[in-house]
Write a protein that binds this ligand. Structure first.
Ligand SMILES: C[S@@+](CC[C@H](N)C(=O)[O-])C[C@H]1O[C@@H](n2cnc3c(N)ncnc32)[C@H](O)[C@@H]1O
Length: 196
């Protein structure tokens, strides 16, 4: 059933689609808490992430309910995976860099990465960190420097900080000024979004 949409909302949708960054993605590696997942999706929407990859092998994809805090899920395409190898090779297609969060001696701080490159960032489970099969396949570790007593950020905070750095670099490079989605892609998605 087609729904009446105002000109203002159409313009908003068109603008958001024109700024979506098709080549900046995030992987949720078994993040189980629905509040964290909702918060991560909200940040993805705000920073223009087009799709997120869901790697759920040891945790269930959480029920996000219909709360307004979960509403960002409507605007982010979600791609499910259960096989780490095929997911990582998909993400590496066309030379994209794949980064996982981590603190080993070879890990580099978030400011050291070039996020204007096609990039996927893997954020991991609240208790266990990166899934071992992902750690085996992805060598590049990224961390946000911390100077406090506590060892880690909440995962949704970490996602927002990394995406902020990525979006700052991309904004400076003018990457929000011209669409990364093709005209045909935007045309297809726009119709769907007008109905939401
Ligand atoms: C609460 S932390 C998990 C801590 C877990 N005990 C571990 O060994 O990784 C949840 C997730 O938030 C992200 N995270 C938290 N602090 C971070 C930091 N300083 N730099 C990068 N990612 C961080 C990582 O993705 C991490 O897996």
């Amino acid at each position: 059933m087609s729904r009446k949409i105002t000109e203002k909302r159409k313009q908003k949708i068109d603008k958001v689609l024109s700024q979506r960054q098709k080549d900046l993605t995030l992987v949720m590696d078994n993040i189980w808490d629905p509040h964290n997942v909702s918060a991560v999706l909200r940040s993805c929407d705000a920073f223009g992430v087009f799709d997120v990859h869901l790697y759920y092998t040891t945790s269930q994809w959480p029920d996000l309910g219909k709360k307004s805090s979960a509403s960002a899920k409507k605007w982010i395409r979600r791609v499910r995976h259960i096989d780490a190898e095929s997911m990582i090779s998909q993400l590496r297609q066309d030379g994209g860099q794949v980064l996982r969060t981590g603190f080993s001696s070879t890990a580099r701080p978030v400011m050291d990465f070039d996020f204007t490159r096609p990039t996927s960032i893997i954020l991991s489970n609240e208790h266990n960190g990166t899934a071992p099969e992902i750690a085996e396949l992805v060598q590049d570790e990224i961390y946000i420097p911390m100077h406090g007593m506590v060892q880690s950020f909440n995962v949704s905070v970490a996602a927002a900080i990394i995406l902020y750095e990525a979006s700052t670099q991309r904004r400076k490079a003018g990457m929000y000024d011209s669409p990364t989605l093709s005209v045909d892609e935007i045309e297809g998605i726009r119709k769907e979004w007008y109905e939401r």
